[in-house]
Ligand binder design. Structure first.
Ligand code: IMP
Length: 430
C-alpha cells in the first residue's frame, strides 16, 4: 500500500498531472500544491465538463479532500479568489477545506509588470514566461523582501512593507524599463478588500501535514511544471523559478524525504514544450501538426501553441535519476492512435552521453541530433480501455519499450482527459 504519493512531471510541464492527481485523490485525505504558482494550468474533465485550475490543488473536486497550498508556492491572492469563485459557480465549495501557509510569498501587480517588462526588453532573447510574475516573486523570496500571505493578518505592517517594496520596484520600472509607476495605495486597497475572505484559510500547513502523517492520512503532493523546467536541474535559463523536481516537496512543505512513499513521474507519450529553450526531439513536419491538433496542444494558462516532438528517452532517464522515481504514468497514449509509426529518442548522436541537462553550456542541446528507435503504430482507438491486456499489442509494446528505456515500471496509463479513461496497471491504494 502506497500512502503518500508525489506526482510530478518528467518533461517540460503539461504532462497531464492534474488529471492524475484528481484521479488518485478520490482515495486521499489531503492534496498539496508545494511549488510554482498560477503559471500552472491543470485541466480536469469531470462529467464531460472541463475545469482548469492554476493554483488550487486538483484533488479538491472531491468533497472530502482537504487542499493545502504550502510555503513553496507563490500566490497571487486575486487569482486565488477568482479561482475559488469559479469553482463555486461550478458547484464545488472549498471554503472550509483549503489551507494556505502564512509563509507563502505573494505575487502582486508589480511582479507581473516586471515579468512583462523584462520579456519585452529581452526582445528575440526572451524566455517565453507565462507573464504571471513568477520569476520576480521568487526573486523577492530569495532576496528576503517578499510580502507573505501571513502579512495580510497585520494591516499596519502590510502597509509599511508594501510602500517600501513598491518604491523599490518603481525605481526600476520607471527609470530602466520606462513603465508607468505603480501606486502602492491601490494595491493596499485591493488587498484589504480581500483579506477577510482568506483570513481563516491561513494556517500552519507544516503542522497540519505532520499531524496528517501521524494520523496515517493519505497525502498527495501535486507537482506543477516539469523536471526539465526546474530552476536547478532544468534547461537553464529556459526554466521556471522554482524546484519542480523532488526536492521542492521537502523545502516547499516542511516534510522530510522519509514522509514520501512513492514518487510517480507523469510522462506524456510524446513531448511538448511552451516557451523558448532547447528541445532535441522537436518536430517541424506533419507529425507536429497531427500531435498539436489531435492532442489539443495549446497552453491552458496562456493559450500559446505548444511545440511538439517525439518522446525523449535520454531526458526521461535523467528525470528518473534526479527524482528517484518509483514508477511512471504515461498520459495521452490515445493521441498516438492514428500514427503508422512512432519514434522514441534513445540517445543523441553527437555526444557520447548527456548526464545532466542543467550543465549543457558546453553541450549545446540546440544542435543535438537525436537517434530514434522506430515502432509500428496500432492504428486503433485506445480511449475507454480499462485493462492493459485490452490495449492493442503494439500499444503494449510501446509501453514496454518505455519501461525498458526508463528502467522503472509504468503503473498508470491515461487514454483520454476524463477520469474514466485511465488504466491502473498496478494497484496503488485502491
Ligand atoms: P514562468 O514560470 O512563467 O516564469 O515561465 C518560465 C518557463 O516555464 C516558460 O518557458 C513557460 O512557458 C514555462 N512554464 C511555466 N509554467 C508552465 C506550465 O505549467 N506548463 C508548461 N510550461 C510552463
Amino acid at each position: 500500500m502506497k500512502k503518500n504519493i508525489v506526482i510530478l512531471g518528467t518533461q517540460w510541464g503539461d504532462e497531464g498531472k492534474g488529471k492524475i492527481v484528481d484521479f488518485l485523490s478520490s482515495n486521499s485525505s489531503y492534496v498539496v500544491r508545494y511549488h510554482g504558482g498560477n503559471n500552472a494550468g491543470h485541466t480536469l474533465v469531470v462529467n464531460k465538463k472541463k475545469i482548469i485550475l492554476h493554483l488550487i490543488p486538483s484533488g479538491l473536486l472531491y468533497p472530502n479532500v482537504i487542499g493545502i497550498i504550502s510555503n513553496g508556492v507563490v500566490i497571487s491572492p486575486f487569482e486565488l479568489i477568482k479561482e475559488i469563485k469559479m469553482l463555486e459557480e461550478n458547484g464545488y465549495f472549498i471554503n472550509k477545506r483549503l489551507y494556505i501557509s502564512p509563509s507563502a510569498p505573494l505575487i502582486l501587480p508589480y511582479h507581473i509588470q516586471m515579468d512583462l517588462a523584462r520579456e519585452k526588453k529581452l526582445g528575440n532573447y526572451l524566455l517565453g514566461t507565462t507573464g504571471r510574475g513568477i520569476g520576480p516573486a521568487y526573486e523577492d523570496k530569495i532576496a528576503r523582501r517578499s510580502l507573505q500571505i501571513g502579512d495580510l493578518k497585520n494591516k499596519k505592517e502590510l502597509s509599511r512593507k508594501l510602500e517600501i517594496i513598491v518604491d523599490y520596484y518603481n525605481s526600476q520600472l520607471v527609470s530602466f524599463y520606462k513603465c508607468k509607476p505603480i501606486d502602492y495605495k491601490n494595491i493596499l486597497k485591493d488587498l484589504l478588500e480581500i483579506t477577510d475572505f482568506i483570513y481563516d484559510m491561513i494556517q500552519d500547513t507544516t503542522n497540519i501535514l505532520h499531524q496528517a502523517i501521524k494520523d496515517k492520512k493519505r497525502i498527495i503532493f501535486e507537482g506543477a511544471q516539469g523536471s526539465l523546467l526546474d530552476i536547478d536541474h532544468g534547461t537553464y535559463p529556459y526554466v521556471t523559478s522554482s524546484n519542480s523536481t523532488i526536492g521542492g516537496v521537502m523545502t516547499g512543505t516542511g516534510l522530510g524525504p522519509k514522509n514520501l512513499d512513492y514518487i510517480l513521474g507523469v510522462t506524456k507519450a510524446y513531448s511538448t514544450r511552451v516557451g523558448q529553450g532547447p528541445f532535441p526531439t522537436e518536430l517541424f513536419n506533419d507529425v507536429d501538426h497531427y500531435l498539436s491538433t489531435t492532442g489539443q496542444e495549446f497552453g491552458s494558462t496562456t493559450g500559446r501553441k505548444r511545440r511538439t516532438g517525439w518522446l525523449d528517452g535520454v531526458a526521461l532517464r535523467y528525470a528518473v535519476k534526479i527524482n528517484s522515481l518509483s514508477a511512471l504514468c504515461i498520459t495521452k497514449l490515445d493521441v498516438l492512435d492514428n500514427l503508422k509509426e512512432i519514434k522514441i529518442c534513445t540517445s543523441y548522436k553527437n555526444i557520447n552521453s548527456l548526464e545532466n541537462y542543467n550543465n549543457f553550456s558546453n553541450v549545446n542541446l540546440n544542435n543535438i541530433i537525436p537517434i530514434y528507435e522506430v515502432y509500428p503504430g496500432w492504428m486503433k482507438k485506445t480511449s475507454g480501455i480499462k485493462n492493459i491486456e485490452d490495449l492493442p499489442q503494439e500499444a503494449r509494446n510501446y509501453i514496454h519499450h518505455i519501461e525498458k528505456i526508463a528502467k522503472i515500471p509504468v503503473d498508470i496509463i491515461s487514454t483520454g482527459p476524463d477520469r474514466l479513461d485511465t488504466i491502473l496497471v498496478k494497484k496503488l491504494f485502491f
